[in-house]
Design a binder for this molecule. Structure first.
Ligand code: MGD
Ligand code: MGD
Ligand code: SF4
Ligand code: MO
Length: 588
């Protein structure tokens, strides 16, 4: 194997393959990486990292830091130790720390801050979450980008979109929306209704796929519970838009490419389920160039050798202060968890906070013990992706004195606490054994060709949906001059920024608003929700709906506004559940 080869470690659909040549990170020309990387990796080696361990603000050596960690663990009952892991690095070897903490008797986490609500909806309909891979999207004729922003979050999808009919459904006029054949600037949190109305009109047009005739009939009844005119008005969608979508997809190879924007709500599962149902009645599953792409399970068909059976608590509302020692790895929970004011308080009340990561952030600022990690260039690992089937070795490229790898840290702790651990090479070779010609063995290129993975092999249609009371109400005042004086509620859109990877790299610091709302550029406003507030400076952006505010993921304080309530299904965060207000006190 060419030992110049590694892969981008970041939590990203694309999982680019990298050659490390002449001390530079370069994209591989072949395969899914297509010879280019994104700004995060192009500037990766210039990012300032934590160089030295610290305890209570004082620099210490790595061996002192490890001794300190051992001492801290010895001083805490095992059941009062929490291991909290984020997705700073997507390598499979990152879980080796869980192996130690699980065997040790500590509490681990479950649930997700990311895609769990949507995945739950997919599982209900299809019985499994097998993703439509990039290689199949390449073969489609029509691509619906439904709450996915490829220029920012999945740029390697862009070459696959060339020459295709593109439909974009998003509250933001994203870059891809500007050149799309059809752009629907939908009101947030109304996508399930759009998917249902599409099914209703498909049925009326008599285009229904006979395979599901009786289920479709029943589903059509359900779609009739939606009041057409008021719902369409509220969504910002016209009957003409619906007809156009149906015209474009008629008898074509269609890929519906969903992102996580559509499911950042407690009922996010229903959204994916309703979109899946539309795909099912169109007959998109099990056919070449057709299907629904979302975030698949990056560990599909890969079993781990790490023992990770443990008591677990949710990452959405973790009660950090219930533990004496909290070990935080590859995460910045003080910024990225919902209800971050609560998180901050809870972490401040925890006796020992250990932060194991690469960069300074809100979490490192309050940690007692800081242990710098090694970058992906300085350690061996292997990774998969949640949008394609490649399995990519990540070979060590640089010898460095900074930091410690996840394996070495775990090996140290296992040795000190008499817990068994295999050689690093054994785990890596084991993970490599799941590869065949560079892809994960047994993953289907065209999933669901032989039926669905439900008990009876049939797609399970959505049977009920809660019709939102607010659907019939237009919240925004249409009068431009009056808008500022009305105590309006806005939908919070909190998507990914092109400059940061959540809270890593260059973080955004503004609230983006439509200029018609009357707030000046640079004006400082107080944005509040029912649970918290944040002060941010305004930047204008007329690509945003006037009933929305845009605050990117990674912006300091954005999660003061978001609630830690779980999604109804899928044990997931719901970052866009709460409405927000601008300068609420003055507007009362
Ligand atoms: N540059 C960059 N890339 C990243 C990341 C990053 O932080 N920065 N993060 C990575 C991670 S962790 C993930 S999970 C992926 C996620 O990547 P994406 O799935 O693309 O996620 P988002 O940017 O959160 O949202 C995508 C789009 O959904 C839209 N949206 C929001 N609410 C709604 C709604 O109610 N309905 C509809 N139809 N659309 C809506 C947003 O306006 C946005 O354009 O990206 C990964 N890649
Ligand atoms: N408002 C809002 N909040 C969100 C989201 C949103 O869209 N809007 N998105 C949510 C989503 S989808 C996600 S996935 C989460 C992400 O939330 P987090 O998982 O907390 O992600 P990051 O902010 O990227 O922080 C990752 C940290 O990992 C560390 N790190 C990087 N590489 C390594 C390594 O090799 N080893 C170790 N030990 N550490 C490393 C870095 O120091 C970095 O600070 O945020 C969620 N929060
Ligand atoms: S596009 Fe994604 S996988 Fe590729 S270099 Fe950028 S962050 Fe890494
Ligand atoms: Mo994510």
């Amino acid at each position: 194997m060419n030992n110049n080869i590694t892969a981008c470690p970041l939590d990203c659909y694309d999982a680019c393959s990298i050659v490390y040549k002449d001390e530079k990170i370069q994209a591989t020309k072949e395969g899914h990486t297509k010879g280019f990387l994104c700004p995060h990796l192009n500037k990766y080696e210039t990012v300032k990292r934590i160089n030295s361990p610290r305890y209570k603000g004082k620099k210490i050596s790595m061996s002192e830091a490890l001794l300190k960690l051992k001492e801290i663990l010895k001083g805490s009952p095992t059941s009062r130790v929490l291991h909290y892991k984020g997705h700073g690095n997507f390598g499979l070897m990152q879980d080796v720390t869980e192996h130690f903490f699980a065997q040790y008797g500590a509490v681990l986490t479950d649930g997700t801050l990311c895609d769990g609500a949507g995945e739950a909806g997919i599982l209900e309909g299809r019985g499994s979450n097998k993703n439509m891979p990039l290689s199949q999207i390449e073969k489609s004729e029509v691509v619906i980008l439904w709450g996915r922003n490829p220029h920012t979050t999945s740029s390697h999808l862009l070459p696959a979109l060339k020459g295709k009919t593109i439909i974009v459904i998003d509250p933001l006029k994203t870059q891809i929306a500007k050149t799309a054949d059809l752009f629907i600037q939908i009101k947030p949190h109304t996508d399930a209704y759009l998917a249902m109305l599409l099914c209703r009109f498909l049925y009326i047009n008599d285009d229904n796929d006979t395979e599901f005739a009786s289920e479709f009939e029943e589903y059509y009844e359900l779609t009739q519970t939606i009041r057409e005119k008021s719902t369409l008005d509220n969504m910002g969608v016209s009957l003409g838009d619906i007809e156009k979508i149906l015209e474009y997809v008629n008898n074509k190879k269609v890929a519906i490419v969903c992102g996580i924007g559509i499911q950042k709500y407690r009922d996010g599962g229903d959204v994916l389920r309703a979109i899946d149902t539309f795909a099912a009645v169109l007959g998109l599953f099990g056919k070449e160039g057709c299907g629904v792409a979302y975030l698949g399970n990056s560990k599909e068909n890969i079993q781990s050798l790490f023992t990770t059976k443990a008591k677990r608590v949710s990452v959405v509302d973790t009660a950090f202060d219930a533990y004496k020692t909290v070990f935080i790895q590859g995460a910045n929970p003080l910024a990225q968890m919902p209800d971050s004011l609560r998180v901050q308080k809870a972490v401040e009340q925890t006796q020992n906070v250990v932060y194991f990561g690469l960069y300074e952030n809100e979490t490192s600022a309050v940690a007692d013990l800081i242990i710098p990690a090694k970058t992906f260039l300085e350690k061996d690992d292997i990774r998969t992706s949640y949008s394609h089937h490649a399995i990519l070795p990540m070979q060590k490229q640089i010898q460095s004195d900074i930091g410690i790898s996840e394996y070495d840290l775990s090996a140290y702790l296992c040795r000190e606490f008499a817990i068994e651990i295999e050689e690093e090479k054994k785990y890596l070779t084991y993970f490599e054994s799941f590869a065949e010609d560079g892809v994960v063995k047994g993953r289907e290129d065209i999933p669901y060709q032989d039926g669905f993975d439900t008990d009876d092999g049939e797609f399970l249609f959505l049977e009920e949906i809660e019709v939102d009371k607010k659907l019939n109400k237009i919240v925004m005042s249409k009068n431009k001059d009056k808008v500022k004086k009305v105590r309006s509620e806005f939908s919070l859109i909190t998507p990914k920024s092109p400059k940061s990877l959540n809270s890593q790299f260059i973080r955004e610091e503004f609230i983006y608003l439509h200029s018609d709302l009357g707030y000046g550029e640079g004006e400082e406003v107080k944005i509040s929700s029912s649970i918290g507030s944040v002060m941010l400076k305004v930047k204008h952006n007329d690509d945003i709906r006037k009933d929305c505010v845009l605050i990117y993921s990674g912006t300091r304080g954005v999660n003061n506004l978001t609630s830690a309530l779980h999604s109804y299904e899928g044990n997931s965060a719901a970052f866009q559940e709460l409405e927000v207000f601008i300068n609420a006190e003055e507007n009362k």
